[in-house]
Design a protein around this ligand. Structure first.
Ligand code: FES
Ligand code: FE2
Length: 425
């Protein structure tokens, strides 16, 4: 049963004794050594969301992902049999990167019938089989069957494509995503094909940005200027309290009210929002996406004022499902201990007219405004966490439960990985 806070039930955090309530060290966010461990312990062992099936519409559609954190580049492709597969992006002949366009370090996408290496022309089928070797007779008893592309586990859940770089990991992605994944299965993600994406290089540890997006109570303070002046004063006075927080294994959810879509009183929002009937919480009129009722995992508290649920699927994938029928996802890709690439993707039903399109765009740019304010703050936080101050631990409050979960979980994965390695040695 979800743990809904009731006056006699104590706090959210205390429902999960393994999290503790003590101040938390952020040594895990400023240490190059810890990051090196995270790469192997987390990013090479867990299921990672790398995209959506709509990015691979046709047979032969492919895209590459530069997963620095997981120490590899992947090519993800829809085969002639319509199956989606992932491969390490390396040619079996002499190790050239197989798929890239203008710059080898940049991601690319396209449609092809097979992959041909730019170096000596080895050619691979879309299922990874080696089909052609230049001057094959000059090799020494080379059997092409011995040199397929190196496959990576790849599974699709509700249209989201996941990879797992640990060959020993046999947990299907559906099981890995646990009850939160199961609870939103059946949501018509595939109908939200109007996609807007942001990508930003952020100078902070990847976990700090997740921290900023798994609690909302900073909003009335950090984002005060986004609201109209009077509203902003009220918001700050009342503060913010989520409807529910819940944890399942390494994953978490925060369920929030959504009073701004539409607002109770039009004076609460800016003129442009009044005119376009849209804002941060999305266009106010939900499009018809064939959803008679929400999947059971949404609005777990069955709250009247429910507005969105924000799921954190460990380690780096967040899915926000908003009441007015749209979805936002976040992916955080570390590039070093104090830098990462952030991807924010907004998914809407295709707009039927210019008005709907502009309403969606207002939601998208509002999200960007908030995101920029958050990102700015993160860089300021990272620089001070790394500085030579005596301040080393931080008191996380009850609504910072998912931050606590993230840091405790990352530290646990690293610890368990070290123990496994020590046993094997
Ligand atoms: S490295 Fe790819 S064909 Fe030689
Ligand atoms: Fe924020």
């Amino acid at each position: 049963m979800p743990h809904f806070k009731k006056p006699d039930e104590g706090s959210w955090t205390e429902h999960y004794p393994s999290l503790g309530t003590k101040p938390v060290s952020y040594a895990d966010s400023i240490s190059p050594e810890f990051y090196e461990l995270e790469r192997d312990a987390i990013f090479r062992r867990t299921w990672l969301n790398v995209g959506r099936v709509e990015q691979l519409r046709k047979k032969g559609s492919y895209f590459t992902r530069e997963l620095q954190a997981a120490r590899t580049s992947l090519v993800i492709v829809r085969g002639m049999d319509d199956k989606i597969r992932a491969f390490h992006n390396i040619c079996r002949h002499r190790g050239n990167k197989l798929v890239w366009s203008d710059y080898p370090g940049e991601e690319t996408s396209g449609v092809c019938r097979n992959f041909t290496c730019k170096y000596h022309g080895w050619r691979y089928e879309l299922d990874g089989k080696l089909a052609f070797v230049q001057q094959e007779q000059e090799f020494f008893a080379l059997d092409k069957a011995d040199y397929p592309l190196a496959a990576v586990q790849c599974e699709v859940w509700e249209g989201f494509i996941f990879v797992n770089l640990d060959p020993a990991n046999t947990t299907p992605v559906r099981d890995y995503l646990g009850k939160f994944g199961a609870g939103i299965e059946g949501y018509p993600f595939h109908k939200l094909t109007q996609v807007h994406k942001y990508r930003a290089e952020i100078r902070s540890n990847w976990k700090l940005f997740i921290d900023a997006f798994t609690e909302f109570y900073h909003a009335p303070v950090l984002h005060a200027r986004q609201a109209v002046a009077e509203e902003s004063v009220k918001l700050r006075e009342y503060g913010y309290e989520a409807i529910a927080y819940e944890i399942d294994g390494p994953h978490g959810v925060v369920s929030s009210w959504g009073g701004m879509a539409p607002p109770k009183d039009l004076n609460m929002v800016k003129p442009i929002e009044r005119v376009l009937r849209s804002g941060l919480f999305g266009p106010w009129e939900p499009p018809d996406i064939g959803l008679d009722q929400f999947p059971p995992g949404l609005n777990p508290a069955r709250h009247k004022a429910w507005g969105l649920d924000s799921f954190l699927f460990f380690p780096n994938f967040m899915v926000l499902i908003w009441k007015p029928n749209w979805v936002l996802t976040y992916n955080y890709w570390p590039t070093s201990y104090n830098t990462h690439i952030f991807e924010g993707t907004c998914y809407f039903a295709p707009p039927r007219n210019a008005r709907e399109r502009i309403a969606q765009e207002l939601a998208v740019v509002s999200f960007k405004e908030y995101g920029l304010q958050d990102a700015n703050t993160l860089e300021a936080t990272q620089s001070m966490l790394e500085s030579a101050t005596p301040v080393k631990t931080f008191p996380l409050n009850d609504q910072e439960i998912l931050l606590r979960l993230l840091h405790v979980t990352a530290q646990r994965y690293v610890r368990e990985y070290q123990q496994t390695k020590a046993r094997a040695a």
